[in-house]
Design a protein around this ligand. Structure first.
Ligand SMILES: Cc1cc2nc3c(=O)[nH]c(=O)nc-3n(C[C@H](O)[C@H](O)[C@H](O)COP(=O)(O)O)c2cc1C
Length: 177
């Protein structure tokens, strides 16, 4: 099974990155294949609602790194969305990527895939209702089932490492996929 992790924090080796790596370690320990993309390293343009993906040839007209990412997403069995909580939503690049999934509402190419959400925040799980709802409703629309959700409390860079329970949970999530 192939897992594609979309890492939506600017902090390499920060909380999201550590948790994403731990989920991938669990998955790899179970013989699965995992890849990670740093969204902040990519050139991602915003969706401009040109409707080409709806009324035209169903292909996104924006010329950026999504051209390479679309086939990678399509080739994955599980998509891991990792983002810190930014003002009760995802980080900017993660929202931008979500908007760019619009072609799949027409082609249905994501139907049957599974997703994992990894969202650390200072306030913890109770503050993550809106962001989880956003992912749940959007992915539901695309026919993607959310298999696991991890919402640990962490603020300082790398702080989540000290939280053994959440680290073990992340590994278990990966291993269970
Ligand atoms: C712009 C910005 C907005 C944030 N908004 C929230 C928020 O609304 N609620 C919260 O609990 N934490 C918020 N945080 C804290 C981060 O979610 C938290 O530090 C997280 O652990 C960072 O993950 P990272 O290390 O992967 O970047 C915010 C941080 C930034 C930089």
């Amino acid at each position: 099974m192939k897992i594609l992790a979309l890492m939506g924090s600017p902090r390499k080796e920060g909380n999201t990155d550590i948790l994403v790596d731990t989920v991938l370690s669990g998955a790899k320990a179970n013989g699965h294949q995992g890849d990670k993309l740093y969204l902040y390293d990519l050139n991602l343009l915003p969706c401009i609602d040109c409707r080409n993906c709806k009324n035209g040839d169903k292909i996104c007209t924006r010329d950026d790194d999504m051209r390479d990412i679309y086939p990678t997403i399509e080739g994955a069995d599980v998509i891991l969305f990792g983002t810190p909580l930014y003002w009760y939503g995802p980080s900017g690049p993660m929202k931008l990527l979500m908007d760019r999934l619009l072609p799949y509402s027409e082609t249905g190419m994501l139907k049957g895939k599974r997703a994992v959400l990894v969202i650390p925040s200072a306030e913890g799980a109770d503050a993550c209702g809106p962001v989880v709802a956003m992912f749940r409703l959007s992915l539901d629309y695309l026919g993607v089932d959310i298999a696991e959700v991890l919402l640990p409390t962490a603020y300082e860079k790398g702080e989540v490492k000290k939280n053994r329970m959440e680290m073990e949970k992340a590994f278990r999530i990966g291993a269970s996929l």
